[in-house]
Design a protein around this ligand. Structure first.
Ligand SMILES: [Zn+2]
Ligand SMILES: [Zn+2]
Ligand SMILES: [Zn+2]
Length: 137
């Protein structure tokens, strides 16, 4: 598993430090997006600032992407292998109103659109709210 994490980091041109491998391994175990707070709970002795810096490095290198699901806490999820986090790579996200988990709907790209003149695109958050399969029983 260490090797897998190291390879993923190398693929994204990120230097594989012990800390980065540790954080990536944790992210690989997640099935939904995690907040900085969620991650902090998983490590005993890791400073929040260190964790935050590590996540930022991952974001800058398109290893993970940030999701603003409207809950106030930014969440993070792993990107696809060839993701460059451009408009073409963006997908829908799903926020479960029962359990509060946020999922990547990687197979559903955000709808294409044409902005009116003089509006410059920066980023988009497409968040669907509803009940996830775990809670819908
Ligand atoms: Zn991405
Ligand atoms: Zn749920
Ligand atoms: Zn996502």
């Amino acid at each position: 598993m260490n090797n897998e994490a190291e390879k993923i980091l190398a693929d994204k041109n990120i230097k594989p430090t012990a800390m980065r491998i540790l954080v990536l391994k944790e992210l690989l175990l997640q099935s939904d997006a995690v907040s900085l707070y969620d991650l902090e709970q998983k490590f005993d002795k890791v400073e929040r600032t260190t964790l935050f810096r590590t996540l930022n490095t991952f974001v800058e290198n398109s290893l993970i992407h940030k999701i603003d699901d409207g809950t106030g806490a930014v969440k993070y999820a792993l990107c696809e292998k060839d993701c460059t986090c451009e408009l073409k790579d963006l997908h829908l996200h799903f926020l479960c109103t029962k359990c509060g988990r946020t999922f990547c709907l990687k197979d559903i790209p955000i709808p294409s659109f044409q902005l009116p003149d003089n509006f410059v695109f920066e980023t988009a958050n497409f968040v669907i709210k509803g009940v996830c399969p775990h809670c819908h029983k």
